[in-house]
Design a protein around this ligand. Structure first.
Ligand SMILES: *Cc1c(COP(=O)(O)O)cnc(C)c1O
Length: 833
């Protein structure tokens, strides 16, 4: 059941800028506002202003348009004493905000017009904005989509994270190899944020714990050896139609004292600033490499730093407003995005028990009722654990609390008659296997009233694998919330051609209610509509062809099939399988040069973790294959291979609307959900994929005829691995695969180093954990089916239209609506058209 809340009474009845009726007047006012910002905030004269100055002025003018509704939202939240949602995430992969803000304020066209009168081109300013890349990939992008949907649904929500000085590294490709460079998104300032130096908290590290007598009981007092200050920076997050504006609050680390003046005056300039450097390193970079103990410690410091600052902040807000910490769970729902903020469970217990004097059992009730936790992966290497000695040294009081939570948990199980030591070990917070470790997954599980997976398949696998024993003990705790993506960014902003066609066909109501997309179904066979559909896709492909030429010097034919695999480079995502298919196609062309092929462009983009050697080698192979194929005169225009460097949100926005084919080919059971799959299906790409993650649900919705499914299923993957993953027999039985692997192993793509890929070929041959060889033949057959469909252009377009028509369910508004109803128990507000 959907509870609805009344619109706040002091919310203006209609946003002043809404609608295009008074368009010219709105544009004139905006022009004035931009000029004022340019003069008084940027401090530049019109004639001396650079494009970047104009960008800052435009962003500030747009930000002003959010502020009134932001204040209104804040006042309404207080007045109505609404339950708030706190979304804790170590990553927010936001991307650019200029068009996001203008789109949601309905100001794109007025601003374009306003600037045209000043001889400034809005679309050029768009490209000047650096991406806010405070995340690695899907998990961080999900947090950004959720922030936008929570604002759209009028939920009183706050995002909490870290304001990294340097987000995800910038990737360059030199001689085919990935290189990483620091990214500097704050170099020219950040016009979207409000620094809040008055909002700061002390975060302790190290030191010792003392028992003291308090009210005839013993209390524990933590005396940290080191204090770091967390300072807030707020970014308003505006929802669709601008009515509701939430806050993304990011923490930056400071030393309590900027300088040791005594040391400085003795001439020890480095020593004088050592504390500051040490403190500020916490918010210096996203995801410090954890390949060294120092890197591991820094990562734990980041997690505790932001969890503690966020909890102190939300408890202060709660006490100011409600006066009684006992009602926290009634007024706050805290969502943990993966286990990265899971130390928050112990921190909330510490704050309740040690600082606010709440009795342990009551504090535990409050904690469990407040937290919920989203699991994002089943990969064993991604399940966080911390060495107990590190935790004891850095967070001695939290370690005590975790031991006590664990003891009470195991006692309760023994009291229920469970005494199998193996079962107890499986559900313990402490892993005693390879040196003592704290397991953050079980800590998040126990400290939460709900635990969710991110697709139907993934949530079932969570119950059967990582949390099998805990699920037996708490059978009502795990639920599913299939991911989604915000249509504002991934359809309206990224694909204006298609959006215009949708509005012309279905009416502008489709912008507010994506379920209306289903009314596209009757047009799927309409030749006139197909032609307009094809024209929109063609315009997007021509645009991408220009981007490709600009960045790689490769000329691609916009009439060819654009076959797209864009995502982090990881063995389980199997870019390698796609590269093998590319080589097989290449071999086919060379064997029969006169055969009429369906021309294809294979488009890859994605970053490899800096320390992930195998992934970096896969990037090199993609680039080596691209060089050979693109320079072979027999291939002509039949096949082109492109690796676009520095994949990020903005590049995704350029690629996705131009995709014909979406590659979602992970080893079944390994991709938790995927969201790239949803973005491309929504934009009318057909998916070639395994039954993994949300692909399963995409297939159910678009229909078996409009998707190309192949390969081993999750249960078959488990069986295949159990049989053994030596693939010599499989390869011997597949001549095409044998030829491909032999050519790689012989150095056909690496004349300068013929043995470069020997290890790679050996692992596919003898130890094919990701089942690349096992799925190759099925994948090739699915690709052949793709080619046949592509040749029948009407059939292809029909399927593409049906993909858009049937993927409304993958809106993150739907996902957030489910979280609001089933987990957070907060009301939502449907946006008003
Ligand atoms: C959507 C998105 C992702 C996630 O892609 P998957 O294919 O689901 O792994 C990663 N990075 C960026 C920049 C994205 O926009």
């Amino acid at each position: 059941m959907t509870e609805t809340i009344a619109a706040a009474s002091d919310r203006p009845d209609d946003a002043p800028e809404a609608g295009a009726a008074n368009g010219a007047a709105v544009a004139a006012k905006l022009r004035e506002a931009v000029l004022e910002k340019l003069a008084y905030s940027v401090g530049k004269d019109r004639n001396a202003a650079s494009e970047r100055d104009w960008f800052i002025a435009v962003a500030l003018a747009a930000r002003d348009r959010m502020v009134d509704n932001w204040m209104t939202t804040v006042r309404a939240n207080y007045r109505e004493s609404r339950r708030r949602v706190y979304y804790l995430s170590l990553e927010f992969l936001v991307g650019r905000l200029l068009f996001d803000s203008l789109t949601n304020l309905d100001l794109v066209e007025p601003m374009r017009e306003a600037l045209a009168g000043l001889d400034v081109d809005l679309d050029r300013l768009r490209d000047l904005e650096p991406d806010a890349a405070l995340g690695n990939g899907g998990l961080g992008r999900l947090a950004a989509c959720f922030m936008e949907s929570m604002a759209t649904l009028g939920i009183a929500a706050h995002g909490y994270g870290i304001r990294y000085d340097h987000g995800l590294f910038r990737q360059t490709i030199a001689d085919g190899w990935q290189h990483e460079y620091p990214e500097d998104w704050l170099e020219f300032g950040n016009p979207w944020e409000f620094p809040r130096p008055e909002v700061h908290y002390e975060i302790g590290f190290g030191g010792s714990v003392e028992s003291v007598a308090r009210n005839e009981q013993t209390a524990q007092v933590w005396r940290p050896a080191e204090i770091v200050a967390a300072v807030a920076f707020d970014t308003p997050v505006v929802g669709w139609r601008g009515q509701h504006v939430n806050t993304l609050r990011l923490w930056s680390a400071r030393a309590p004292d900027p300088l040791r003046l005594d040391k400085f005056n003795q001439g020890d300039y480095f020593g004088a600033q050592a504390d500051q450097v040490r403190a500020e390193s916490i918010s210096k970079v996203l995801y410090p490499s954890d390949s060294t103990p120092a890197g591991q410690e820094l990562r734990l410091r980041q997690e505790y730093f932001f969890a503690s600052a966020s909890l102190q902040d939300l408890m202060r807000r709660h006490l100011e407003q409600n006066g009684d910490i006992n009602t926290l769970a009634d007024k706050a729902a805290i969502q943990l995005n993966d286990t990265h903020p899971a130390i928050g469970v112990a921190e909330l217990m510490r704050l309740l028990v040690d600082v606010h004097g709440v009795a342990w059992d009551r504090a535990w009730e409050i904690t469990v009722a407040t937290f919920s936790y989203t699991n994002h992966t089943l990969l064993p290497e991604a399940l966080e654990t911390w060495p107990a000695p590190l935790m004891e040294r850095l967070l001695p009081r939290h370690m005590q609390i975790i031991y006590l939570i664990n003891a009470k948990h195991l006692d309760a199980l023994r009291a229920k008659g469970l005494d199998d030591p193996q079962k107890l070990a499986a559900v313990s917070l402490i892993d005693e296997h390879r040196g003592r470790h704290v397991r953050m997954g079980p800590l998040a599980f126990l400290g939460s009233h709900k635990v969710n997976g991110v697709s139907a398949l993934h949530s079932e696998l969570v119950k059967e694998t990582v949390f099998r024993e805990l699920h037996e003990l708490f059978p009502d705790r795990i639920c599913n919330k299939t991911n989604g993506v915000t249509f504002r960014r991934w359809l309206f902003e990224a694909n204006p051609h298609l959006t215009r066609l949708l509005v012309e066909t279905l009416g502008k109501e489709v912008l507010d209610d994506p379920s209306l997309l289903i009314k596209l179904e009757p047009y799927a066979d309409d030749l006139n509509f197909q032609a307009r559909w094809a024209a929109a896709k063609q315009a997007n492909k021509e645009n991408l062809a220009r981007v490709i030429a600009d960045r790689t010097m490769i000329k691609v034919n916009p009439a060819a099939l654009f076959d797209v695999q864009i995502k982090r480079i990881h063995e389980y995502k199997r870019q390698l399988l796609n590269i093998l298919d590319t080589i097989a196609l290449y071999n086919e062309i060379r064997a029969q040069p006169m055969r009429d092929m369906a021309p294809r462009v294979k488009i890859f983009a994605g970053k490899a973790a800096a320390s992930y050697q195998q992934a970096k080698l896969i990037i090199k192979l993609a680039n080596d294959v691209a060089r050979v194929v693109n320079n072979d005169p027999t291939v002509r225009d039949q096949l082109k291979v492109v690796f676009l460097p520095n994949y990020n949100v903005s590049l995704a926005e350029a690629i996705i609307p131009a995709a014909d084919l979406s590659e979602q080919i992970s080893t079944a059971g390994m991709e938790a959900s995927g969201t790239g799959n949803m973005k491309m299906a929504l934009n009318g790409a057909l998916t070639i994929g395994t039954l993994d993650g949300a692909n399963v649900e995409i297939k159910e919705r678009v229909g078996d005829d409009n998707i190309f499914i192949f390969g081993l299923k999750a249960d078959e993957v488990a069986k295949r691995r159990a049989q053994g993953i030596d693939m010599r027999d499989t390869i011997a039985a597949a001549p095409e695969l044998r030829e491909v692997l032999e050519s790689i192993a012989e150095g056909a793509f690496s004349h300068d180093d013929r043995h470069r890929y020997q290890g790679l070929v050996d692992s596919i041959t003898y130890h094919d954990y990701f089942l690349v060889a096992a799925d190759f033949v099925a994948y090739r057959a699915a690709q052949a089916a793709v080619t046949r469909r592509w040749r029948d252009r009407k059939a292809w377009q029909r399927a593409a239209i049906l993909n858009t028509a049937r993927t409304a369910w993958f809106s993150s508004d739907r996902t957030i609506q489910e979280y609001a109803e089933d987990i957070w128990k907060v009301p939502t507000l449907r946006p008003r058209a």
